[in-house]
Design a binder for this molecule. Structure first.
Ligand code: NAD
Length: 267
């Protein structure tokens, strides 16, 4: 089996990276950054997001696992004191895989140029630095509302515990193939009206955002931000591809939610 390791870059993460690399190569596993079967990230959720985007072109071949060098993370759910156990489990391959849904975002320019297509593990957010965003929102080909406000966040089920949660969105189990649209400070008064609640779309429904004014948009895919001018439309839907996490022990989603958000240090 081939593996790669991405470190957050701090000393603790780099030391763990060297340790895992040495042990796994002693177990006759091959280190291969180009075509790994397993991508191990050491740092935090942000490091796993980076690993995901590094290998997003080969999700059917690369599985992911994350070790957290700070507090328990949502994706980075192995702690440094479990390292030896994890190394032995990895060396004993093959491993089990758990698949989670992803978000596909397509951005069309106003001219006849090529569209850009992205995958997100957590979410896509659409904001502007030029006042409010104003766009027509279509759901499954029908006009739904005209949104005015700070922006929109469209998240995956596993991303529902990230930015989406801070916006009052629901936490969605990743077995539900869906995306969630959450508002950021929508303007609601006698003139402007939005639904005001997060919306959850199934896998066969798309959401299309059509800007009404020429603005430049700040569009994030997870931790990556891009600036776009002259956007004709932005489409969000559940992606065909899925992310695959290597599972070496059960850690059910609701336990992860509990341990990340509800449990306190006195438990
Ligand atoms: P960061 O360093 O600002 O970390 C953001 C925090 O989000 C970290 O504590 C991380 O552990 C946590 N996180 C990431 N994915 C998560 C998930 N699926 N469930 C629960 N918590 C999660 O930024 P980063 O590490 O580069 O991560 C980028 C992510 O930060 C974005 O995808 C977005 O979800 C999140 N974010 C959140 C807010 C907010 O909550 N107000 C604002 C901006 C970005």
């Amino acid at each position: 089996m081939k593996f790669s390791i991405l470190s957050k870059g701090d000393k603790k993460s780099n030391d763990i990276r060297s340790k895992i690399k040495n042990y796994l190569t002693e177990f006759d596993l091959d280190y291969d950054e180009d075509e790994p079967d397993l991508s191990i990230s050491v740092g935090g959720d942000g490091t796993l997001l980076e690993a995901f985007h590094t290998y997003s072109h080969r999700l059917d071949k690369t599985a992911f696992i994350g070790i957290h060098t700070g507090h328990l993370g949502f994706y980075a759910d192995w702690m440094p004191d479990e390292l030896e156990k994890l190394i032995i489990e990895i060396a004993r391959t093959p491993f089990q895989v758990v698949e989670y849904p992803l978000l596909e975002v397509t951005i069309w320019p106003q001219d006849e140029g090529e569209e850009d297509r992205y995958l997100a593990l957590n979410e896509c957010t659409i904001k502007t630095s030029e006042g409010s965003v104003v766009f027509d929102v279509e759901i499954k080909g029908e006009h739904f509302e005209t949104f005015r406000g700070d922006g929109l966040c469209v998240s995956t089920p596993s991303g529902s515990t990230a930015y989406n949660k801070a916006l009052g969105g629901a936490i969605i189990h990743p077995s539900l193939e869906s995306i969630q649209i959450a508002e950021m400070a929508s303007i609601n008064n006698r003139v402007f009206r939005t639904i005001g609640s997060p919306l959850i779309l199934p896998s066969h429904h798309t959401c299309l955002l059509k800007p009404i004014y020429d603005r430049s948009f700040l569009i994030t895919m997870d931790h990556i931000t891009r600036t776009y001018k002259d956007v004709k439309s932005i489409q969000c839907q559940v992606a065909q591809q899925k992310v695959r996490f290597a599972r070496f022990r059960p850690f059910p989603f609701w336990k992860r939610v509990h341990d990340s958000f509800v449990a306190d240090d006195r438990e």
